[in-house]
Every structure is written in structure tokens, then in C-alpha cells.
Design a protein around this ligand. Sequence first.
Ligand code: AMP
Ligand code: GLY
Length: 422
Amino acid sequence: MKVLLIGSGGREHAMAWKLAQSSKLTELFIAPGNAGTADVGTNVNIGVDDHDDIVKYALDENIDLVVVAPDQPIVDGLCDQLRQAGVTTFGPSAAAARIEGSKIWSDNLMTKYGIPTAESEPFSNSGVAMEYGHTKPEGSLVVKADGLAAGKGVIIPETYDDLDTAIVGMLDHGAFGESSSSILLAERMSGPEASVFAFVNGEHVSAEVASCDYKRAGDGDVGLNTGGMGSYGPPEFWTPELAAQVRKDILEPAAKALVAENSSFSGVLYAGLMITEAGPKIIEFNCRLGDPETQILMPMLQSDFLEICLAVAENRLSETTVEWSTKPHTFVVAVSDGYPGSYDTGVEITGIEAAEDHGVVFHAGTASNDDKLVTSGGRVLGVTGLGDTIKDSRDAAYAGIDEISFEGMTFRRDIAERAIQD
Ligand code: AMP
Ligand code: GLY
């Protein structure tokens, strides 16, 4: 089969790496890809937002399956456009992707179908929002942009002043453009967080898998929000009972609710959860695989990823086995100095081969320059370690990271640390 994967990050390198292991694959193309995806397939110079060019390429090259990885093209309807052109496609419709693309739509869905989440109110007028906010205890609300905001659309204010600033910034000053022309004020929850993933075809939900990601730049979860600094899984608190509860109370009802709302889901459903004292609750749903979770999920997936994607695209997921390893995996990301602020690119990277003795190296912001590997982004690459214990997997990932070097390379040193019992 000829497969075209859409995207360019570390998530996409991990997906390409796994697709390339399928005996069904004859040729893999990645648009636009990175230097890592070029090792397992052929990069195609088309951007993820160039929908017409993607459809044309798929038709001209007789692509058998397109796999769409990032949120923006999914929310903008790329999967619908591909299917309308007759191309077999893995990824949800724009209607189903509203579960990620509009936090207000998603919250209404959860409320209507009794899926546990933070109590939330939508607003489009800043005065009304501030008035409501001041009826709640100081520091008890979070402010969320309605639309996609590159993972930065949530503000957690500690004081009424900060709350007002966040509301005015989003609603009156367009902090996230159109995406923040409406907002949600949500009850602030607390507890450990988990990212849970399952393949979904209508009401059918595959076996699920859980992981944890690290969003903040600095050790101890300080500093700015990033695209993700590392991940590990399965989480130490992820018991069979909790998994069964999440399946019964969240994943299966969400799949059913989407069908009932004429927005049947086809793809990967990502439940961002907080395990509160009152049980697991949704922080947000996403309509795709997570980054950097995918860099452990693909090594954990025991089944043929291409076969699963094809089965979902052909609406026969229930006939396919989805099996996940329960062995611990840890993924650590190396970033350019200054990230998520400004940083240099074009810096030479060395040590990849030595790192591969310890784990799997997944590229994100890398490019080839003559015969050198150079940085081309803030999150440059990462290493996934596998072990019999979470400590072993963590040691393997860090041993790999220690082999890699580029000027200004930084990384968090506490990925998966909290999961290790002394
Ligand atoms: P999101 O962009 O929705 O993934 O949110 C980013 C982060 O904000 C989450 O990982 C949580 O740590 C935090 N967050 C979002 N919503 C809430 C909430 N209702 N209560 C507490 N923390 C939240
Ligand atoms: N891991 C966060 C995300 O993919 O949105």
C-alpha cells in the first residue's frame, strides 16, 4: 500500500516509524516531514494547510491511504475534503473534530450526555464574564479560549486581577485571534493528569492506553508552556479499575454521544483527564494523537498501525486487534536554548547513532544540510527508552539523550521521576 502521512513533528516521525514496520506498506510519503521521517519514507514538500495540494498529490500518486496527524488540518476539514475526492483517509470529519476545535461545543456535549468534566460557563462579553468570575472564590477558575490555540489557550489565574486580565486579553484584545472570540470559564480541578487514547469508529472504542506528558519548560513544572518536553507511560496510578471506569464513563459515552449528534468519530480520540477526588474528569478532548505522547505510544503499540488506520478508515475497526504493551516507556525531548521563546536554528547535531544504542530517536525540528543534520525548530528531537521498570526506561532515555549534542541543547531532567518509588 502507498501511504501519505500529513505532519512534520516528533509525533509524525513516530507514526512514520511505526507505519514503516507494516508488511502491508510498499511506499510511505510524509508531507512535509522532517529529517527523521526522510529515513523511513519520502518527504513531500507540501504544507499541512495546503489542502488542495494534498488532495491533488493523493490522487496523482494513487495513494491508498492518507493519515492526517495534526489538529489544525483535521479541524479545518482536510479529512472530509480527501474523502469527498474518493481518497481513503484516517482522521475524523470536521464535525466530529469540534470535540477539540470548540471547547464550548465539547462542553455542551459532555453536559448533555453526562460525561464528567469541570463545571463551565461560556462567555463572549468580557463584562459579563468578569462579573460571573467575581462570584466565584479567587483562584478557583481557569480561562479557556474556545478554539485551537496551539496548546496555549488555557490561563490559570491566581487572583481576580489576573482573571480579569485573561478575560479582557482573550475577549477584547484577541489574544488568540478568532479562537478567543468566545471563552469558557471552568472550575479549576486538581489531581494527577493522564492522556488516554483509543481508536474510535462510530460507537466502537478500541483498547485504550494511558500516558503522562510534561508541558512546562522547566524542571518541577515551572516556566512557560511548551509543545511538550517529555512523556512516560503507563502512569503509576493507572490501575485496571481506573481504566475500566474511564472506558465506561468517558470513552464509550463520548463515542456514542458523537454518533447521536450526527458527528460520528473516526480516528484517535484523546481524553485529557484529571483524576480528581470525585473520580476522573475531562480537562479536554482532542481529535488526534498527542505530541509527545505518540513517541511512547508507537513503541508501545503491539499491533500493525497501518492495519489499524486502514480498518478505521474503512469503518471496520471492530474486526481488528489493538494491543498495547504495558511495559514502561519514557520519552525525553531535547530543545534549542531559548525555546519556547526565540532560538537559533541550523546548529549541527551529533551523536544520533550512539543514542540509538539506548532507545529510539524521534526527530521533530531537524533538517539535512548537505550531509549534516541540523536543528530547524525549538523542539529538536527526543529519545524513547524502554525498560522492565519505569526507572530502567527513564535511565535508557536519558542515556540516549546524553549521547546527543548540539550547541544550546537543553532538556528537562525530571521526566518520569515522580513515577519512581524509592
Ligand atoms: P489544555 O490546553 O486544555 O490541555 O490545558 C492545559 C493545562 O491546563 C492542562 O494540562 C491542565 O494542567 C490545565 N487545566 C486545563 N483545564 C483545567 C481545569 N479545569 N482545572 C485545572 N487545570 C486545568
Ligand atoms: N500532549 C498535548 C497535545 O498533544 O495536545
